[in-house]
Ligand binder design. Structure first.
Ligand SMILES: *Cc1c(COP(=O)(O)O)cnc(C)c1O
Length: 462
């Protein structure tokens, strides 16, 4: 199994290298050269299996033998052992044809744990083989950072630096990043928004001397292994509702396009998906792009669903790569225009392909609050603001196939928004009690590449 870059000129890599590398050296993202398909029988056989077994069967074809089957099963078992629900990804019913897939039972209460806990295990196993040390640098709108720190805290061969936008993450998110006491954890509060944080991380990867000097590794959803881990729950939920003998639909609260891209991969592998719906908050670049053909940023507005406050969706490049026929050259051109003028027009045939694959909708702040309140009353389900964005948009797209909306975070991670909507303040689950009593450790940093690089060098020098 080979991985190629969406910009066409970086070297082809195997699974292990693609995972440890993160961003390709030509600035692109790694994608599998060929997406392996599962047969109808193979998909049908997933029904009723434990999550871990589904995970093994869905992901194994992508490894190219990097881990043995026994080793990989062991890593999967360890990754999900810390989840607080035996089903890992339980589903509840909201309406006759609408289901909610709860992806927030991991250690940091957001779906990011599904990929991060596994990638933590996989990277650790890979490093143990080579004795290497790496420096992980990631950008976060709140949940990736907490999940990454949880997965890598205290590991001997890893330093983890997380850039988050100062003042733009929830108190729970911030404290999950700033209260771990392990010395290999570095929480950095940066001046700017998430797009600034993500841009500085990409700058660090594109400075090869720095990148090689500190042995930089990435865990943002530019890392293929993260996307892959998220493909699993599409199959897990789909077969529970009758796939492959019946179509299913998904609505995904979307920011960086990683989660929904995993759904697209599940579809490419053979899961019969009728509709794949992108749900955005007021930062609606993806919804506008699909409707108008113009992909253009107009600045991030802080919202009550902060993990989706993104206007440069990295993984959209992977979808564009497929829409442009798997050629790197047009992608290089688009990204160049993006850099110079903040946007580009999607070619007609590419747009047609994207529209055939994805539907979309946006949800305003008021609609988000109203959806949380309405569901508290009518179904009893307490939604986090991101999940509420998904539910609202899903309700506008329900057709013949059962609709599965991804609930991406636990309501207790965003208590202010939930309280504003319902008057009730959701409490943290027992395993997180004490979060607000622990001392915080955080470094304020400027939106400045040289200063960030100096800090990373200093803290990793030994
Ligand atoms: C990260 C995140 C999202 C957006 O997921 P993407 O993969 O970036 O599109 C949505 N909701 C929550 C709670 C998140 O943490």
């Amino acid at each position: 199994m080979n991985y190629i870059s969406t910009r066409g000129t970086a070297p082809m890599l195997g699974f292990g290298e693609a995972m440890m590398t993160g961003l390709a050296r030509d600035g692109g993202l790694y994608v599998p050269e060929i997406v392996p398909a599962l047969t109808t029988d193979e998909i049908a056989a997933l029904a009723g299996l434990p999550y871990e077994e589904v995970a093994f069967r869905v992901m194994q074809p992508y490894l190219g033998g990097f881990f043995s089957d026994t080793e990989f099963k062991g890593l999967i078992a360890k990754a999900y052992a810390g989840f607080h629900h035996t089903a890992r990804a339980p589903m509840v019913q909201l309406a006759s044809n609408h289901f909610l897939l709860e992806l927030f039972h991991g250690p940091t209460l957001a779906f990011k744990d599904f990929a991060m806990q596994l990638i933590g295990q996989m990277m650790q196993a890979a490093l143990a083989k080579t004795g290497e040390r790496i420096t992980i640098v990631g950008a976060t709108s709140g949940d990736t950072g907490s999940a990454a720190i949880e997965a890598f805290r205290g590991l001997a061969n890893v330093d983890v630096f997380i850039l988050f936008p100062q003042g733009r993450v929830s108190d729970v998110q911030r404290r999950q990043m700033t209260t771990p006491s392990e010395s290999n954890v570095h929480a950095l509060a940066m001046d700017g928004d998430f797009d600034d944080c993500q841009a500085r991380v990409k700058d660090m990867f594109n400075d090869f001397a720095f990148r090689d000097g500190v042995r930089l590794a990435g865990v943002n959803s530019i890392n293929w292994a993260r996307v892959l881990a998220q493909v699993v729950y599409y199959f897990y939920a789909g077969v529970a509702l009758g796939a492959p003998y019946r179509q299913v639909s998904f609505t995904v609260p979307t920011g960086n396009f990683g989660d929904i891209f995993a759904g697209y991969i599940a579809q490419c592998m053979g899961l019969p998906i009728e509709k794949l719906v992108i749900a955005t908050n007021q930062n609606d670049i993806l919804d506008r792009a699909l409707k108008t053909g113009e992909y253009r940023t107009n600045g991030v507005q802080a919202s009550i669903s902060p993990s989706m406050d993104i206007q440069v969706s990295s993984n959209f490049e992977r979808a564009l790569f497929d829409a442009y026929g798997g050629e790197g050259e047009p992608i290089v051109g688009l990204m160049e225009r993006m850099k110079q003028s903040g946007g580009f027009r999607i070619a007609d045939d590419a747009l047609e392909m994207l529209r055939a694959t994805f539907s979309s909708g946006r949800c305003s702040e008021e609609e988000t609050l109203a959806t949380i309140a309405r569901h508290r009353q009518t179904t009893g389900e307490v939604l986090c603001p991101h999940s509420a964005v998904g539910v609202k948009v899903a309700e506008e797209h329900i057709g013949d196939a059962p609709m599965i909306t991804l609930a991406t975070a636990h309501p207790a991670k965003f208590p202010d928004a939930v309280e504003k909507a319902t008057g009730l303040r959701p409490g943290l689950p027992p395993h997180m009690a004490g979060l607000f009593d622990k001392p915080e450790r955080v470094t304020r940093v400027p939106n400045d590449l040289a200063a960030l690089q100096a800090l990373v060098r200093e803290r990793t020098a030994r």
